[in-house]
Design a protein around this ligand. Structure first.
Ligand code: PLP
Length: 348
């Protein structure tokens, strides 16, 4: 791997106590090109703009995929990732669906190790501080032929992040617009999935919600997932989440919650959850908790959901399971507890 260290740093101009998500980037980036049927030698270079021909395929046909994970620093200054191989596996699943060549595991892990070691001063210790890592791949061939590109660029950029109190989350159960359809690309982390969410989400925001809960596109009767989170509910004493399908992103946080629940003998079910059941359980007060989960927030409790112009408010619970699960995950991420699942991945 070629490494070119930046002659200057912007770190001293960054106020780490007030960071907006995803606006500031570290001094270096990882880059690897696919050409003539293979991934070439990767390189780490100073963070900089990329120059592209206006006809470049990604602008026209959207062959673009990405991932999101975080690096955490413990109190001894050691840097850790949380299950990075899951992100690579998912990236490669997305790649196959979008006709993009799969990326080699060794390049990914070695690239992350090198990049994060070089930029480790950007990761501040302490729970809540992290470095958001954005690997992405796009079709980089010039030309507007509507066919898979024969050139791709894989890049990793990193942005210091702080976890904020995400505020009240009131979600709208969406019946008109769909995020994904069977046989489509819902399970892939491809750029277009997110672009297609912006408009319906902006309508929901106008109506006083912060997020949408997507339902299945065939019947609009079953809960799928949220904007960038998988969904759990707790009805009576049972945690319920919907099964992964070709319309739902296989979240690393969701997967981890299920493994923790299993290891602790908590009651949980992975099954379809109908909007009807959700409404009824709210009315008969058996619905105790509802939360979204994902890398960005770990777990985000939901305060209310809106369905057909009615608002259903979740009860205020003492010692919610969402807090308990969040603590469990965070303590593994920040090396504050034993890692019985072997999820921590040491960088340096
Ligand atoms: C659509 C969608 N669902 C769920 C998730 C949660 O996935 P993870 O826990 O891997 O961050 C994300 C975030 O990546 C997402 O974009």
């Amino acid at each position: 791997m070629k490494v070119q260290i930046s002659k200057s740093t912007t770190i001293n101009s960054v106020d780490f106590s007030s960071l907006s998500f995803g606006e500031i980037f570290t001094d270096h980036m990882f880059e690897c090109d696919f050409e003539n049927g293979e991934w070439k030698e990767p390189k780490i270079i100073p963070y900089q703009p990329i120059k592209m021909d206006p006809s470049t395929s990604v602008f026209h046909y959207g062959q673009a995929i990405f991932e999101g994970l975080k690096a955490y620093k413990d109190k001894n200054g050691q840097v850790w990732l949380f299950r990075p191989e899951e992100n690579l596996n998912r990236l490669n699943k997305s790649a196959i669906r979008l006709s993009i060549p799969e990326f080699p595991k060794s390049f990914f892990l070695e690239g992350l190790k090198k990049l994060l070691t070089i930029d480790k001063n950007w990761i501040k210790p302490g729970v809540g501080n992290s470095l958001y890592i954005r690997p992405f791949v796009f079709a980089s061939q010039a030309g507007v032929q509507a066919s898979p590109s024969n050139k791709y660029k894989f890049m990793i950029i990193c942005s210091p992040a702080k976890s904020y109190y995400s505020g009240e989350t009131n979600v709208k159960i969406e019946e008109k617009y769909s995020r994904a359809a069977p046989g489509g690309v819902g399970y892939a982390k491809t750029a277009g999935n997110y672009a297609a969410q912006f408009y319906p989400t902006s309508l929901a925001i106008k109506d006083g919600f912060q997020q949408i809960i997507w339902t299945d596109s065939n019947t609009n009767r079953f809960v799928e997932e949220s904007g960038t989170m998988n969904i759990f509910v707790k009805i009576d004493n049972t945690l319920i989440t919907t099964p992964i399908s070709d319309t739902i992103l296989d979240g690393v946080t969701r997967k981890s919650i299920l493994e923790i629940a299993k290891s602790l003998g908590l009651n949980y079910e992975v099954r379809q959850l109908s909007v009807d059941e959700l409404v009824k359980s709210s009315i008969n007060k058996s619905l105790k908790e509802m939360f979204g989960c994902g890398t960005a927030v770990v777990i985000n409790p939901i305060k209310s959901f809106g369905f057909r112009n009615k608002k259903y408010t979740l009860p205020i619970i003492e010692d919610p399971i969402s807090n308990f699960l969040k603590e469990k995950i965070i303590s593994i991420q920040y090396n504050l507890s034993e890692d019985i699942f072997n999820w921590r991945y040491k960088i340096c």
